[in-house]
Design a protein around this ligand. Structure first.
Ligand code: GDP
Ligand code: MG
Length: 597
């Protein structure tokens, strides 16, 4: 296809506004799939995504569309994830596009995430096409929502297309609008080849697969290429596009979005954001890469059995290839042995990585409580970044501890403003903006990341019956009166249980943590003392009494199946225990700090 007949675009939308359904409908409209293949949403391919109903990885699909002008267009659609933790993947996808469909649920209205993603698209110079979805619903108010798009986002929306991804209404018009409004890609087809790596992953059969956007020249099988940041030669074995099934092509031309498979064995050979070029006829400059993401939440991952350490490393290596935002470094804990300190974008990201490690790689893990990164100025003036509470320097060597502050942008219907303000105040936030926009109110707060990390999103949702939406960016580090609370089990400090907390909350937090732990740690043959301390000062204590009865004693008499169940349950629980000194501590206890409020 000629470049002028190519259209590269993404769909941006708040979660549940119908992005995946719309993508499937577009694929169907271009005969990319049969009815039967459509029975399941095709772009959300990982099992985990289906189960959670969210799109984690951005994926692409190339479609042919016969337009009313008699021309056959190639539409490259790049799907994007919708959750706040993954907003950087949205910006990554947008880098490969000239346009974006802004999909808004006409029965709901504009949400914070759509605003943030739409601005990213506009900043990157994309043509944004607003689309009002779900007009089949009786509750749909397309006029009101169109006005809201204009009020809140500030783009023209009176003529926005009105569609139903469910019934297919408006799809023909939408396809025409895509061709008409989104500009074709630019680039020199005769220049030295350049392709931006938008995504890359490890396939058990194919090895490293890269999703690329060709910015200049062309790529073909047999060609010798290199990644510009590495410089090693690789031979291209296949190029092609997803329809959404992978289909090999002879070449990938300028403006194309497709896959490139080369003899690349190791992750650093196809890093997301890197540029591929011809080995013998290299481009002089790489494609300006997108911003590298910094993990914001850190936690320790430890194998339950020490023999699994190398398997865990291999699994993390493979996951990282697929997930540029995941970072990890070996970590040694006195309590938990050898493991890794991993960096994540947020709690959802952490949960997903953990679940993938357990499911896809069959690993049993102990996870420590997540923490943000602190900037610590030592008394001697040196500044260190602390990713692990147990690495905080001793009190007398600390000049100042600074915590990360974020800016939260919240959109909420008027009737819930009070609830949101109460929550933000409780979380040590300070308001920087409050603006009424039609039915909604836009609020901006500066908040400590540590307060947002744990349960802010859930609390916000429940305080507003799910109507508030939010998006955040890191702002700066700011000094705060923070202290480390240590937990001692039978007098020994357990490094993996330390937490950094605000001084005003230290005592109550410490007490809550040990009280929870005392409930979680099963009775042992002897009494177990659990204490919380700041430095050498004990601030709270609790005990787990010694075991008196056999666990089977609870089952009176002959119910065999019930006994077996109980024993099995006990066995399953044991798998996730770590012995600390002589005390068996279950996984849950390491997260006790999370379940206090
Ligand atoms: P995503 O999170 O933006 O990818 O949203 P999904 O495509 O997964 O859609 C979320 C929910 O809305 C699903 O239950 C869809 O069936 C439903 N949905 C999507 N589009 C429409 C529509 O046009 N009309 C109606 N009634 N429901 C829709
Ligand atoms: Mg989706």
């Amino acid at each position: 296809t000629e470049t002028r007949l190519t259209r590269n675009f993404s769909i941006i939308a708040h979660i549940d506004h119908g992005k995946s359904t719309l993508a499937d409908r577009l694929i169907q409209g271009c005969n990319g799939l049969t009815e039967r293949e459509m029975s399941e949403q095709v772009l959300d391919s990982m099992d985990l995504e289906r189960e959670r109903g969210i799109t984690i990885k951005a994926q692409s699909v190339s479609l042919f569309y016969d337009a009313q002008d008699g021309q056959r267009y190639q539409l490259n659609l790049i799907d994007t994830p919708g959750h706040v933790d993954f907003s950087y993947e949205v910006s990554r996808s947008l880098f490969a596009c000239e346009g974006a469909l802004l999909v808004v649920d006409a029965s709901q209205g504009v949400e914070a995430q759509s605003v943030a993603n739409c601005y990213t698209a506009l900043d990157q110079g994309l043509e944004v096409v607003p689309v009002l979805n779900k007009i089949d619903l009786p509750a749909a108010e397309p006029d009101r929502v169109a006005a809201e798009i204009e009020d809140v986002i500030g783009i023209e929306a009176t003529d926005a297309l009105r569609v139903s991804a469910k019934t297919g209404e408006g799809m023909a018009e939408l396809l025409e609008e895509i061709v008409r409004r989104i500009p074709p890609p630019e680039g020199d087809s005769e220049a030295a080849p350049k392709a931006l790596v938008i995504d890359s992953w490890y396939d058990n059969y194919l090895g490293v697969v890269a999703l690329v956007r060709v910015k200049a020249g062309r790529f073909r099988a047999g060609q010798k290429i290199k990644a510009m940041s590495v410089g090693r030669a690789h031979e291209v074995s296949r190029v092609g596009v997803f329809t959404p099934k992978p289909v090999d092509r002879t070449t990938l031309e300028v403006g194309d979005v497709g896959y490139l498979i080369a003899t690349i064995k190791d992750i650093s050979g196809a890093k997301v954001g890197d540029t591929f070029t011809d080995f013998n006829n290299p481009a002089s400059e790489p494609v300006p890469g997108f911003q590298e993401v910094q993990p914001r939440v850190f936690a320790g991952l430890f194998p339950v059995s020490a023999e699994d350490f190398n398997d865990l490393r291999d699994a993390l290596d493979k996951l990282r290839l697929n997930d540029a935002a995941l970072s990890f470094e070996p970590e040694t804990s006195q309590a938990l042995g050898f493991g890794f300190r991993c960096g994540f974008l947020g709690m959802l990201h952490m949960e997903i990585v953990q679940e993938r490690l357990e499911r896809e790689y069959d690993l049993d893990l102990i996870t420590t409580a997540p923490t943000v990164v602190y900037e610590v100025e030592r008394s001697d003036g040196e500044v260190v970044m602390v990713h692990n509470p147990s690495e905080l320097p001793p009190n007398n060597e600390i000049g100042e501890i600074r915590e990360p502050i974020i800016e939260a942008n919240i959109l909420v219907p008027q009737e819930y403003v009070g609830a949101v303000i109460t929550l933000c105040v409780e979380k040590r936030g300070s308001q920087t903006k409050m603006q009424y926009l039609g039915r909604q109110v836009q609020l901006a707060y500066e908040l400590p990341m540590s307060e947002v990390m744990l349960d802010f999103f859930d609390r916000l949702k429940s305080a507003t019956r799910g109507y508030a939406s939010f998006d955040y960016q890191p702002l700066r580090f700011e000094a705060a009166p923070l202290v480390r609370v240590d937990i001692l089990i039978n007098g020994d400090r357990v490094d993996a249980l330390s937490a950094i907390v605000h001084r005003d909350h230290a005592e109550s937090r410490g007490r809550q943590i040990i009280e929870r732990m005392a409930k979680i740690i099963p009775r042992q043959m002897y009494e177990v003392a659990i204490q919380a301390a700041i430095g050498s000062k004990i601030i709270a204590r609790s005990t787990v009494k010694a075991m008196r009865k056999n666990v089977l004693a609870k089952c009176y008499g002959g119910d065999v199946s019930r006994k077996r169940k109980l024993l099995e349950k006990q066995k399953a629980g044991k798998k996730r225990m770590k012995s600390i000194g002589r005390v068996d501590v279950p996984q849950e206890a390491f997260l006790a700090v999370l379940s206090v409020d």
